[in-house]
Design a protein around this ligand. Sequence first.
Ligand code: PHE
Length: 450
Amino acid sequence: MRQTSQHGQWTSRFAFILAATGSAVGLGNIWKFPYIAGENGGGAFVLIYLVCILAIGLPIMIAEIMLGRRGRQSPINSMRDLADEAGASKFWSWLGWLGVVAGFLILSYYSVIAGWAMAYVVRVASGVFEGVTADGVSNIFGQLIADPEKLLAWHSLFMMVTMLVVARGVKGLERTVKFLMPALLAILILLVGYAMEQDAFEQGVLFLFKADFGKVTSEAVLIAMGHAFFTLSLGMGAIMVYGSYLPRKVSIGSTAVLIALADTVVALLAGLAIFPIVFANGLEPGSGPGLIFQTLPIAFGHMAYGSIFGTLFFILLVFAAWSSSISLIEPAVAWLVENKRMSRMRACIWVGLATWTLGIGTVLSFNLTADIKLFDKTFFDILDYLTANIMLPLGGLSIAIFAGWVMSKENSASELQIKSPILFNGWLFLLKFVSPIAVAIVFLNAIDVI
Ligand code: PHE
């Protein structure tokens, strides 16, 4: 197998950790996790999500990085060569294709939501939230999403900056994430500090951590599992392609643990910052995708230097989204460069344009086409459901089957270099049995077969 990828490689283990954490930590942690936890009843949902991260997400993350580093190419080509090495059918490259399509679909709506965050940078900075009430914030949010032109403009801007970084390759990214992640963490902690001063802090904490399994439906379990994949960027080749730029000597197991931990801490901090504000202001925890845009501005509007902290917060959120969106599209770009002999720049323009066009569907689904629904879901809801709850778990399941059953144990052992046999066998057991069975059961349950 090759020693390095044609696209270059990370300069160190730390650089990879930053990039992969940059991919993992994004809108999923700060925007999506609180609102789906809110919609699905809180504590029990959070607990199921944490179990999914540990028992399914972490082993699959290790597997995905491992496959990437051994294949050293875009997921499509890596899977083809790895299947060849294992004496299996070349058909496995479809797994790379599934990922390319999922990344394209996710980025198309991810960019629209990142656009909301961009719009909020300007709004918070202008001071409109100073002393604002919960109703006032909801109005401002409502006006934003009701305006397709504004949404489209922000979506276009976000797509442009994303494709600009991807066009410049692995290097530019490394430098940006180094500062962003620590700064984002600092502001989140500050927000949790504000939330702690609220009388409703305890209520918020209880909502997030007190498990009441009575409210859990099989749909909620599917959403929790899907989110474990989404938040760790698993099942679509993003982590695989980043793994393909990973230097040989880096230990994959411990690195993956750090990434998953950082991702989980950020999500829980976001929840701790948001729910006390929700309850203190009589808002609904289940108010959907607008949740953070309707709660956090209240905090910023009432604390000292709130406009400054608020502006900084939304800037960082945009950056967090940015470092994730890059990884969503990297598998497609890497493949075009490898197979179509396109320059990186050209590949970015094509993929960027296609994604932007599809994004218009999501823009409209919040206003003009909000009433057009299929199975009670808007265009945005359908994309979100299809990708996070179906495509990513399916991709993850296939990765587990390939790494656990198709690839030889000698090869995975030599790639992972886990010294303790207990840890290695533990990983293999989770990968071969626990993750695939769990994903299968959740799937079947959700479609009401069981
Ligand atoms: N993990 C990112 C987030 O939580 C989203 C993402 C999903 C990025 C899949 C890459 C691949 O926001």
